[in-house]
Design a protein around this ligand. Sequence first.
Ligand code: GLN
Length: 484
Amino acid sequence: MHQLTIAEIIRGLRDKQFSSVEITSHLLERIQELDSQFNSFITVTGDQAIKQAAAADARLAQGDAPALCGVPIAHKDIFCTNGVRTSCGSKMLDNFVPPYDATVVDNFQQAGAVSLGKTNMDEFAMGSSNESSFYGAVKNPWDVERIPGGSSGGSAAAVAAQLVPGTTATDTGGSIRQPAAMTGTTGLKPTYGRVSRWGMIAFASSLDQGGPITRTAEDAALMLSVMASPDKKDSTCLDRPAEDYTAKLNDTIDGLKIGVPSEYLSDGLDSEVRAQVQEALNEYEKLGAKLVEISLPHSKLAVPSYYVIAPAEASANLSRFDGVRYGYRCENPADLRDLYMRSRGEGFGEEVKRRILVGSYALSAGYYDAYYNKAQQVRRLIKQDFVDAFDKVDVIMGPTAPNPAFKLGEKNADPVAMYLEDIYTIATNLAGLPGMSIPCGFARGLPVGLQIIGNYLDEARMLNVAHQFQQATDWHQKTAPTAE
Ligand code: GLN
């Protein structure tokens, strides 16, 4: 049963091949049995899941069940869940039990989905390897000595290990797409503002966006149709009605114009990854698409400008964790200053502190114009590159990440090497565009991701383009050896 996709589970439940309680219990048993190898969950909510599944079975029996009724999913531990600990991968929030649900969590509940628990992640979503979690590193189901990517490494590993068919995740600079690439799963970051950020713990508010990780593009479409909604509680959430993202999956892609940026196939890209991406592009040509060479001339400025803007926003967002209102508080503070300093000093990990320092520096008087303002100007140029490119092409394609999954510990001593993992994904966040990663082959036995970047609010087309590839190939059906 764990091999089933969300689309198949929906059909199976309606055809009474199995009940939601049956599939939910089966997946909970798998998590119990297998997850010690991967560490993909921080919290498993077994009792609650069984109750939700029983309620879903009752609704299914009545015949008026909503879209995802009875389908098991899991949420990245960055989404607030009423009554269930929400840690954001940090000691700072190890004891935090929110009194409310994030809009995304609520949307899935309204749609009848069953939540199995909360998935592991890099602390405050900062990282590309899922090694900075307070709850320990997540291991890649394709090779447990390797990283699953990050920061949504738990969400990606849980899907790759077939512990759950779909998860929520978030992407600030690549954290949905890069782990999807590393684990052979399908990940989608929507247009900025398409999915509500309310109740999603903020890292860099102008870049953060929630989206799904699944095994197929069809499942990503099913989840996104539930996730994306207008929300009065988030002023940056677009006022657009929910959409059925499955509607165009089967449209032909004959004549589709695919932009291939020369900057994305240059030095620094692993040669086997390049070869797999090239083969995927050839496959698209066979499906009737036309490849158009394009240039995104400011690409090389994406990582440096992101590492000013994201830490600047993070330093402001994380100032709320002060040991007073909620979260970790140090023992026996001498006075208020000591309380602040030790609570934050003891509650945050290394990488989070590095970002707070960099961000506070970039925002300080005298440096604001030199760093923060300059980075915002560069951001505008990066966005313009894409706007110009989309005058000529329908979608843009290239690699998701420069290399397949690396060994645990390999890049820990070198933050810049870690930051370069997102060299191909960060620009879309700076521009606010939607992006996806789908499996397109293997390099040295490890999954490789093809990145598809769409125009603003063109998620339906991106999903159509991904689905057509998955109809013609079977990379997305390959199973991690430890998942069998
Ligand atoms: N790896 C990037 C960072 O550490 C992106 C993380 C993310 O998308 N949340 O900032």
